[in-house]
Design a protein. Sequence first.
Length: 526
Amino acid sequence: MVSELQTRPAMDKILLLNDVVFIVTSQADNFETGASAPANFEFDNSFARELEGCYVPWGAEKVSEPRLLIFNCELAAELGLDACALETPLGAEIFSGNRIPNGAKPLAQAYAGHQFGSFSPKLGDGRALLLGEIVDTCGKRHDIQLKGSGRTPFSRGGDGKAGLGPVLREYLIGEAMHALGVPTTRALAAVTTGDQVFRETALPGAVLTRIAASHLRVGTFQFFAARGETEIVRQLADYAIARHYPKARDADNPYLAFFVAVARAQALLVAEWMSIGFIHGVMNTDNTTISGETIDYGPCAFMDVYDPDTVFSSIDLQGRYAYANQPSILTWNLARLAETLIALIDPNKDRAVELLTDSANEVSSLFVDAWLARMRVKIGLNSPEDNDVKLINRLLDAMHQGKADFTLTFRRLSDVLRGNGKSVRALFEDPAVFDAWESDWRIRLGREKVSARDCAGSMDQVNPIYIPRNHKVEEVLAAAVDNGNISEFQDMLSVVTRPFNEVSGREGYAEPGDKTAVPYQTFCGT
Ligand code: AMP
Ligand code: MG
């Protein structure tokens, strides 16, 4: 449990998380400086209320000159927030953490995690604060979190800060993913702080306001399971069931049903990633949500040329999180969640392990089913046939062999059905490999009961023309960070958030980067 042993002003703040003692000095002084701000957030803080012991109440560090750089009015409206009141200097104060809105209960959550396969027993929100939860106009509950808001008891050696580049990157790619229909955390606001953060060089500091179905992670369960805190794991599971998977409560074994529900949500998520050529880049268990949303856009990127071994992250030297490894890492991560639930599943440990193992073994077939469903519609198939998987894999092999662009190959397939086969053939180094596949595809399509025109139209609804192309992402981030020009970023944001509508004049956003350029590299978002 987290307990406060002593509080200011007499001494530094000392917090005890189980066996871990945190002694926190100056930042604790900010804890009560967040003056109440008049804003219409109707917070209902169930995490703070129901899971005492899983977090440390904490405050944001003051920033010197908060400026609201981007505000997501559309999302604000969905959340039932007053965009007019927030797209203002007051919004900048709130989304920088300088002012804490009425009803917020800022806190840093505890979690652990397997990072690149090694267990770190205490990670936690080292540079983030959960402000609280709000229930949107449809009755859905969301976390509002500040990311980059200063040190917390979980910061370890870090400064608790975020640079503008990574904040904008998370904003852009997260919103693009949402528009692509992929479950994801979202960005409500990006604020520049007026302060510098120091990495290899000095960078402009920023804070991202992140919206999530919740910030529960596999690592949240691991934190307490690793300490033998079974009752807290049970509370967490009960909370997660109520918040995300209420049907599991009625199952014969609710905790097993909970595990299966998380597995299904994660399998669907990774299937979505695979179907759009997305590489998360850091699938650690602390970045694996219980809700099934994509979280943490640090080193992620989309593939241009299809190569299953693609890795972008500069620190992923073994390719653990390569594109093609994502489904097996998913299974591995879910096995880690299963381990935390053993004591809840059955008093007989062997029986619990057996039940969980059986469920965990189903994860890969859940994934394959979800993947196949997505890939089928990408190539215009609606009624499943046994050999579809072979046909899809043959296309992927041809794309690999022909060094074809992932996104454009799928998008340009619909042109073939409209009588123009040139655009897709041109993507292959040797178009003959595509031609061989195309004739079999046409035979297979002949058994579908849809006209070629309708089929092409449906394919364009699922195969994006615009994804955040790496070279474009770099361009717009450089303009914003180096030259203070946010308009290019805004322009790109407006394109990638309408990914399926091809617009004349926007060809530059659809084009892949230079194939001969140095391979693209990404860095963790610190
Ligand atoms: P991430 O790589 O963003 O998933 O973060 C992994 C862990 O490192 C989490 O516990 C973060 O809170 C922590 N962390 C990342 N960056 C910083 C930072 N600049 N200061 C403090 N903690 C950080
Ligand atoms: Mg993380």
